[in-house]
Every structure is written in structure tokens, then in C-alpha cells.
Design a protein around this ligand. Structure first.
Ligand code: EPU
Length: 351
């Protein structure tokens, strides 16, 4: 409930001290923030960080809260990103350039681009979270990463209040990684993202689960973008839990990438291991498969559990804490290391 709202149009809404974050993190952890305020514009953001209550406090930016493990109350200021708006910023004969504000829901944005006849993001349907969170961990699924479509990220530098535009190279995108997750963390707040959607469209339907789903409904036909979108939604619904029903943050670990030499030794011991050859000669391993083979699928530690249909996803069965999830994650990491000699890196940020 808002407790203070000044009459200045650009002032953000501040919420009561001890703000409950349960509805603002997809694990549904029951923790509180010292302060929270709702950011609807870049001016709101500037005003929030200048506010006397914010001085000397840490800040935490929350979009959909789908990539964070909140282990305790946050003794700082939470910025609830609610910047809205999406538009075709520019169009030429080759592509549409579509800009969306950071607070837009990612899946609604993807649906909107398709309805407007601008395909290219359909493989990323149904990923929880907001547009502003997408570049931070370079969201990806079914053979596409957002980095392949992202041309600009607009952000505010917290220390100076200045607007900074990052082109794709400056974002330093990697597999579930970017500048914003590393050096830029806590320094910049993303306010908008621009995507380039090429007018010549080709289905990206090679990913095994997706190809299977499409073959079932479309046989050998080349699918159109809406069919790819529907197939992605169907595959995700079948495997991944809906955070509104079962708290989770998607894949809890990254798929580890190892050197070819290490893989050659490992595959002799584990001939069934699921792997993907990388362009640089290294090999990516399916962490979900390894966790599954260690017998963790469906197992629980108190209310923290490994999802029954996808071992890479940890879930809150109700009443789990962030510490429970981290304890479970550590037990899994120990077992995978012992059996496969591979370290699993956590994907969501813990706080
Ligand atoms: N597998 C198992 N058991 C399991 C889980 C997976 O044997 O419990 C096997 C599967 O049969 C498959 C392989 O492992 O052969 C890979 O599984 P899947 O296709 O489900 O994909 P993933 O590698 O586990 C990644 C992304 C997901 C993304 C899917 C589809 C990461 C960390 N995760 O999962 O992204 O949706 O591919 O592209 O890269 C996310 O990042 O939050 C996320 C959900």
C-alpha cells in the first residue's frame, strides 16, 4: 500500500517500510525489504535514488523477480520496475526495430510482436520475467538467445543519473551472461531494450523437443512463426512449472561447458551423457541430465525440491526459504562433481 506520494508528477510511489516481497519473486520466498518503490519512468528512477530515504542504502532492481534467490530480508531499497510501452521505433526494407520498456512482461511483448506481424522472438515465448531483465542473463531457449535480436540496451547509470546506450557488443553477451550481470551489476539500471527483427524470416526449429512437437502437428510442412510460438508454449508447459503454481526460477544451473580433452575422458565413463559440441571446440553438457542421473529428480530437502519433469529446475513446494533452496543446490553440486568431475554454476543471483 502506498504510504507517501508527493504531488510532483515524476515522483515514484513509495511503499510502506517492511515491504513484503513474496509476490515479487517467482520462488515466492517470504522476505521483506526495508523500502520499495514503484518505478514508472526514468524520472522516477532518478528521483528514487536521490530521495533522502535511499541515501547509504543498497538497491535491488526487481522486474519479474524470476532470476533471484532471496535468502533473507533485504535491508535496502527495492526498485520495482514498472516502465511500460512498446513501439516500432524504426523500420527499413530489411528489418523492424522494436523498442520495449523494461517493465513490460516478456511473454506479452513476444506475443505482441507476432500479432503485429513481426516474427523473430517466437522461440523465446513463455519465459517468465520482464523485458528489462532479459539482457542481464541473455535469456535463451530452443535454439535462440535474445542477444541474436538485441541491438540496443538503454540504461541509467545509478551514480550519475545519466542515460547510457549500449550496443550489442558493449553488452558483452555470453551464454546466460552479459556485462549487466558482471561489471555493470549494481551500476546500471536497464530502462528499455531495442530488438532488430529481420523481415526475411526462417523458422528456427532444430531443437529436438521443438522439432518433435512441430512434427506432431505439422508433419513435414515448414511451420509459420505462430506454429513455432505455439509449439514452444506447449513444450514449456509440459516440462517447466508455472511459477504461479509452483515457485521456481527456471533452470537453477547453467549447462557447464568443458574442454574437449576433459569430455573425451568423461564420455568413456559416461557414454550416454548428453552433450553439445561448441564452435570453439569445447563441449556443453546437459546439467539436467547429470542431475537426473545422480538420482535427484523429484527429490526434496524439506520444502525445497527438484522438479519432477526437469531436474535442472528447483522448486518451492510451499514454505521453503532461499536457504533451503541453496542447501539443496549445494548437495546437487557435490553429487554432480563427485560423479562427473564437473562443477555446476548457479544461474540465478542469490541475495
Ligand atoms: N534431461 C534429462 N533429465 C532431466 C532434464 C533434462 O535427461 O531431468 C536431458 C533431456 O532429455 C535433454 C537434455 O537433458 O536431452 C537437455 O534438456 P532440455 O532440452 O530440457 O534443456 P536444458 O539444457 O535442461 C536449456 C535451458 C532452458 C531452456 C531449454 C530449451 C539452460 C541452463 N537452460 O535447458 O532455459 O528452456 O534449454 O532451450 O541453458 C532457463 O534458463 O531458465 C531455462 C529454462
Amino acid at each position: 500500500m502506498p504510504v507517501a506520494q508527493t504531488s510532483v508528477a515524476t515522483s515514484p510511489v513509495w511503499f510502506a517500510a517492511g515491504f513484503a516481497l513474496r509476490a515479487y519473486n517467482t520462488f515466492g520466498f517470504d522476505v521483506r525489504a526495508r523500502y520499495a518503490c514503484r518505478i514508472e519512468s526514468e524520472a522516477d528512477l532518478a528521483a528514487a535514488v536521490r530521495d533522502p530515504r535511499a541515501q547509504g542504502l543498497r538497491t535491488l532492481v526487481l522486474g519479474g523477480g524470476s532470476n533471484v534467490v532471496l535468502t533473507r530480508d533485504f535491508d535496502g531499497l527495492v526498485l520495482l520496475m514498472a516502465l511500460a510501452g512498446k513501439r516500432v521505433a524504426h523500420e527499413d526494407s530489411h528489418a523492424w526495430y522494436v523498442e520495449a520498456a523494461a517493465g513490460e512482461n516478456w511473454h506479452d511483448f513476444v506475443s505482441w510482436t507476432l500479432e503485429a506481424g513481426m516474427p523473430g522472438l517466437e522461440n523465446l515465448a513463455l519465459i517468465p520475467g520482464t523485458v528489462g531483465a532479459a539482457p542481464i542473463q541473455n535469456i535463451g531457449a530452443y535454439g535462440l538467445e535474445m542477444a541474436e535480436r538485441c541491438v540496443f540496451v538503454r540504461a541509467i547509470e545509478m551514480a550519475t543519473g545519466q542515460v547510457v546506450e549500449f550496443d550489442a557488443a558493449a553488452c558483452r553477451f555470453g551464454y546466460r551472461d552479459s556485462f549487466f550481470k558482471r561489471e555493470g551489476r549494481d551500476r546500471f539500471v536497464i530502462t528499455a531494450v531495442t530488438f532488430r527483427l529481420p523481415k526475411v524470416w526462417r523458422a528456427n526449429a532444430g531443437y529436438a523437443d521443438l522439432a518433435r512437437e512441430l512434427a506432431q502437428h505439422h508433419g513435414g510442412e515448414t511451420p509459420h512463426a505462430r506454429a513455432v510460438f505455439d509449439a514452444v508454449v506447449a513444450v514449456r508447459r509440459a516440462k517447466l512449472p508455472d511459477p504461479l503454481e509452483l515457485g521456481n526460477a527456471g533452470s537453477f544451473f547453467k549447462n557447464p561447458v568443458i574442454e574437449a580433452q576433459q569430455f573425451d575422458t568423461l564420455v568413456v565413463r559416461e557414454p550416454q551423457i548428453v552433450s553439445y559440441q561448441q564452435a570453439d571446440g569445447r563441449v556443453k553438457l546437459a546439467a539436467g541430465w547429470m542431475i537426473d542421473r545422480c538420482g535427484w529428480k523429484g527429490r526434496a530437502l524439506r520444502a525445497a525440491a527438484v522438479h519432477e519433469r526437469q531436474a535442472l529446475v528447483l522448486v518451492n513446494r510451499g514454505g521453503a526459504t532461499g536457504a533451503d533452496i541453496l542447501e539443496l543446490a549445494e548437495a546437487i553440486q557435490r553429487d554432480v562433481l563427485a560423479r562427473f568431475g564437473v562443477e555446476l554454476e548457479q544461474e540465478p543471483i542469490s541475495l
